[in-house]
Ligand binder design. Structure first.
Ligand code: CAA
Length: 258
């Protein structure tokens, strides 16, 4: 598939997806979602890729779902087509780690897309928000749910009800982003971190991601049991044997993704 709204690249074992619709501040149109899903399918199938970085431009990660595309739609259009329920959720089912490297605006669907990633590294100019309320609608790609889980009810409620933007500092202090990076270093740092993850055992990394994500979807006891069983199952892998042997033998492990 030829891409008109994204650009993909690889650096070693890291797949890079750059949202690239500069004239609309990377607004998320249907074609962009289709291309993003296609790129994710390809990186998921590629055994040489161990982690992915999703980024935008220095001005905008993404300024939201495409308002001009949504503006003429009726209730019947969005209900019958189950608008936003197909390609736009593909990130949330991607099994390898994805880091969102966010600079500039991450608003509405842009903020929601970043929150579908496994963690967010924010440039110092990043701004996050759910401004849908100002358009007479509400977040539709998980914002009311993921933002609330990330920053708690009070801040999520305030942001969704007022549409105000949150700075990188506020996003870090409230737990939405893992770290703030100077804008000029954002991509180098994101690719470096993704590369470190990609050098680990891919199946073990996937199990770890699955286990952390379970914390969002179950009770504490069930989540701990899920983690325990996955932990036990790592002992059936060659990579666990290699990792622990390498530690005992004071050498660097060589994981084989088995
Ligand atoms: N959809 C479509 N086009 C958009 C867009 C969007 N979400 N955001 C920006 N653009 C376009 C603008 O229309 C403009 O295009 P033209 O040059 O052709 O007029 C171009 O991008 C540049 O935008 P601005 O001139 O507005 O740039 P700015 O620097 O003055 O302002 C901004 C930047 C504050 C981000 C402003 O563009 C803005 O408020 N954008 C909309 C943000 C928003 O409301 N997002 C939520 C969308 S709804 C949603 O996402 C639903 C959901 O949950 C899934």
């Amino acid at each position: 598939m030829a891409y008109n709204n994204i650009v993909t690249d690889t650096k070693g074992a890291v797949g890079i997806i750059r949202l690239d619709r500069p004239k609309a501040l990377n607004a998320l149109c249907a074609e962009l979602f289709e291309e993003l899903a296609d790129a994710l399918d390809k990186f998921e199938a590629d055994e040489n890729i161990g982690a992915v970085v999703l980024t935008g431009s220095e001005k905008a990660f993404a300024a939201g779902a495409d308002i001009l595309e949504m503006q003429p739609k009726t209730y019947m259009d969005v209900y019958k087509s189950d608008f936003l329920s197909h390609n736009s959720e593909r990130l949330s089912t991607f099994r390898k780690p994805v880091i969102a490297a966010v600079a500039g605006y991450a608003l509405g669907g842009g903020c929601e897309l970043a929150m579908m990633c496994d963690f967010i590294l924010a440039a110092d100019n990043a701004q996050f928000g759910q401004p849908e309320i100002k358009l007479g609608t509400i977040p539709g790609l998980g914002g009311t749910q993921r933002l609330t889980r990330a920053v708690g009810k009070s801040k999520a409620m305030e942001m969704c009800l007022t549409g105000r933007m949150m700075s990188a500092e506020e996003a870090e202090s409230s737990g939405l982003v893992s770290r703030i990076i100077p804008l000029d270093d954002l991509m180098d740092e994101a690719v470096k971190v993704a590369g470190e993850i990609a050098d680990l055992s891919q199946p073990i990394v996937m199990m770890c991601k699955e286990s952390v994500n379970k914390a969002y979807e179950t009770t504490l006891r069930e989540g701990i049991m899920f983690e325990r069983r996955l932990f036990h199952s790592t002992f059936s892998t060659e990579d666990q044997k290699e990792g622990m042997s390498a530690f005992a033998e004071k050498r660097t492990p060589e994981f084989k993704n088995r």
